[in-house]
Each structure stands twice: as structure tokens, then as C-alpha cells.
Design a protein. Sequence first.
Length: 196
Amino acid sequence: MRSRLIAPALLGIAAAALVAAVPAAGKEGVKATLTTHIPLDAKPGARLEVGWTLAYVERGRRQPFGANGVFVRLRSASGAGAETGLAPMGAYPTGEYAASVVVPKGGIGDVEIGLRSWTSGPTGTRRGDMLFPITNDPLPGVARIVSPAAGHSGPTTWTVVAVAGLLSTLAVLAIAFVRRRTRGEKSRVSALRVPR
């Protein structure tokens, strides 16, 4: 009897995890706002202190976005390598970030603010950083909202895929557990039968 209750309980827990994950995955629309001036004519090699906030709107109210792995990246105007500054590890309840970053060779050609992330596919695992739109972008141009990695489907899709995988695994484990318990009960009943 108890084994018949375990499978639905595990599925209930998995369903609750999915419901809890959906709001976390739904924090789309996060935007960055620079809180410091970026001198676009800064000399290559100069170190800049850049500050910004991350926030999204939920039910008409601005909410801070906190995460680790948030960075500011300065792309080179000449096509040389970009320079990245990572915000220190910690809690960000107000959504306020700061990082030190070096001006790349060739000067500043673009400013990006993003979140370090990884994507997996048939060719393996690679960086697939998510970039946030900058509300006061000093170098506006083409919207840079999505990952530059081809085939990256964004954090919401990956979260849903991960939760669906978890649900599937739990369901398979629950079914296997119930079957094993049922077989064990049948073999005990067979052993207790008196031969005729």
C-alpha cells in the first residue's frame, strides 16, 4: 500500500518543482542601466570602473535582478580582442553592480553587459553568455539581447528543458520503484502459498 503512495508523492514533488521554476525562468526582460559614465575616447590599456544596475518589471513594478557571473565587456573598435570585467561574487539584492575593466586595443567600439552562462549541444559545452539590453547605451546600435552563440535558446527554454528532464527522471524512478515493490510482494505471496 505504501509503495502505491510513493509514486504519486514523487510526481507531486516534481510538479511543485516545475511550478516553482516557471517564475524563476520567467524573469525575462532584465535590462541594464549604466550608473557611471564610460569615456568612449579612453586610451587603450586604461582601467575603467564601470557601475550598472539590473532590473526587470513585474506586475508594473521595477524589481532588482541579482546573480553571480555578471560582467561588463568592452569590444574593440578595431576588431581586436574584447576586455571583460567580472562583478565580484556576492548577493545583489538591490541589483547594483560594479567591475573594473581595461579599454581594449583599438579603443571602445561597443559596451555589453551580460551574464556568464554555458550551453550544451552535439559539439559539446561552450560559453553562451546572455546579454542584457542597456537602457542608456552609450553606443546604441543593433539590439544585443540574445547570446552571440548560435542556437542558444535563452535561459527560459533551458530551465524548462532541465525541469522537464528532472520530471521525466523522477517519473521513471517512481515507476521502477513501484514495479520492484510489486514484484517483491508477489514473490512473498507465492512463497506463502501452500502447495496442493
